[in-house]
Write a protein that binds this ligand. Structure first.
Ligand code: CA
Length: 223
């Protein structure tokens, strides 16, 4: 899996590259829009992390050009907090996802993984968040060398929580992806399985916690 990181702050570009390399991705960086675009057009990369504010050609123009050229590689946009409009424009231009700076390592990895998984690019890469890893083939949750088996629904819920890292997952998200019906029992099931998952995280002595956002949903903390 080859990732292109386009970011003009060289320190940040190298930090992102290091995080991704540690996870087994092969990474190249570019520090301005023009060289980023040239590399993206080379067809050597599976996906791209693209900053919006770049010298020369900005990230949105790079993205627009790629999509006009029908290059459909997944693109994760990096935006500053003040660039809310750019975020919306970016999604309109064909970005797959965006991440607001500053971000934590776990969020970046979760977004890159989710983005590439949608294309079936990394089915062999196990989702990770903080100190936990979801072992896809074994259906287990791993933390610091200890494994615990997850039930099928627990597994699906944890996978959704990790792929949504940094965002809130609503009960509707779980119900629509995991249960066939959306009756009250399905909603109650979400709470039940969340409590099972919390117990298992505690048993594993993980730093990761599933936090409740009352009336909204759940999110992971502890990356
Ligand atoms: Ca920048």
């Amino acid at each position: 899996m080859k990732v292109l990181v386009v970011e003009d702050e060289t320190g940040l570009a190298e930090a992102i590259a290091a995080i991704l390399r540690k996870e087994g991705y092969s990474v190249e960086t570019a520090n301005d829009g023009k060289s980023g675009l040239e590399k993206a057009l080379s067809g050597r990369f599976d996906c791209m992390v693209l900053d919006i504010m770049l010298p020369g050609i900005n990230g949105l123009d790079v993205l627009t050009y790629l999509r006009v050229k029908e290059i459909e590689m997944p693109v994760l946009l990096l935006t500053a907090k003040s660039e809310v409009d750019d975020k919306i424009k970016g999604l309109d231009c064909g970005a797959d996802d965006y991440l607001t700076k500053p971000f934590v390592t776990g969020e970046l990895l979760a977004r890159v993984r989710a983005m590439t998984r949608r294309l079936g690019l990394n089915q062999d890469i196990n989702p990770k968040y903080g100190d936990i890893t979801l072992e896809l083939k074994k259906g287990e949750l791993l933390c610091k060398g200890t494994n615990i088996v997850l039930g099928r629904k627990e597994f699906q819920m944890m996978e959704i929580l990790i792929s949504n890292a940094g965002k809130i997952t609503t009960k509707d998200d779980f119900v629509s992806k995991i249960w066939d019906s959306n009756d009250d029992s399905a909603y109650n099931n979400v709470e039940v399985y969340i409590s099972f998952l919390r117990k298992k995280l505690t048993m594993l002595h993980s730093r990761v916690q599933i936090k409740t956002r009352r009336g909204i949903g759940y999110c992971l903390e502890g990356a």
